[in-house]
Design a protein around this ligand. Sequence first.
Ligand SMILES: Cc1cc2nc3c(=O)[nH]c(=O)nc-3n(C[C@H](O)[C@H](O)[C@H](O)COP(=O)(O)O)c2cc1C
Length: 198
Amino acid sequence: MTEDNMKKLFIPIILGTARQGRESEKVAKWILKKVSEHPEIETRIFDPREMDYDFQDEGQNLKEKNTDYRDAIIRADGLIVIVPEYNRGYPGSLKMILDTLLKEYIHKPVATVGVSSGIIGGARVIENLLPVYRELGLMASFTDLFFPKVKTKFDEKGNLEEEEKYNKRFYGFITELLWVAKTLKWGRENVESKYHPN
Ligand SMILES: Cc1cc2nc3c(=O)[nH]c(=O)nc-3n(C[C@H](O)[C@H](O)[C@H](O)COP(=O)(O)O)c2cc1C
């Protein structure tokens, strides 16, 4: 880790689907670029295709198979989740990733990017994720980012149309996440809790 990175907040990104032909990957690339450019943030992306999951087990039993993810969440000051809407819910692969840890998430903020082919932009799946976040001890930011009609949002080279509009929305999304991340970091380091040492 460079000295510069030590001062930055570490905010990893989860790409919430392994589907072949996933449109969310284009969204993830744009979000990764924007977050990487932010001077106050260090990031990296977690892709379910590159993680060690199968349908032979569930939950924290899978923690030791994905130590990269475990270590990243232990170090994280927050999290960004990119989630496509599948039948109003979230993909099983995202739930599988989230379920591998528990105490590691406590008192950390999460901001969510919803993706859908329909006009709702993932708003319904984000609502459905909130009880999961709550159970994990994650604190949901209230500034979501939406990519409705995602197939119309990127050109054939993967460039985002309406980038100016999305830059403004991204600014609100990331500014709020940073505020909560800084506040909760201070809290984790200064306010006694049975859930983490300080
Ligand atoms: C199993 C499944 C269920 C889906 N259900 C919805 C839905 O409820 N609402 C919606 O707007 N789009 C739905 N879609 C379309 C996705 O939102 C669409 O594929 C979009 O591109 C985002 O997902 P992707 O990253 O997998 O491409 C569904 C797609 C799949 C594969």
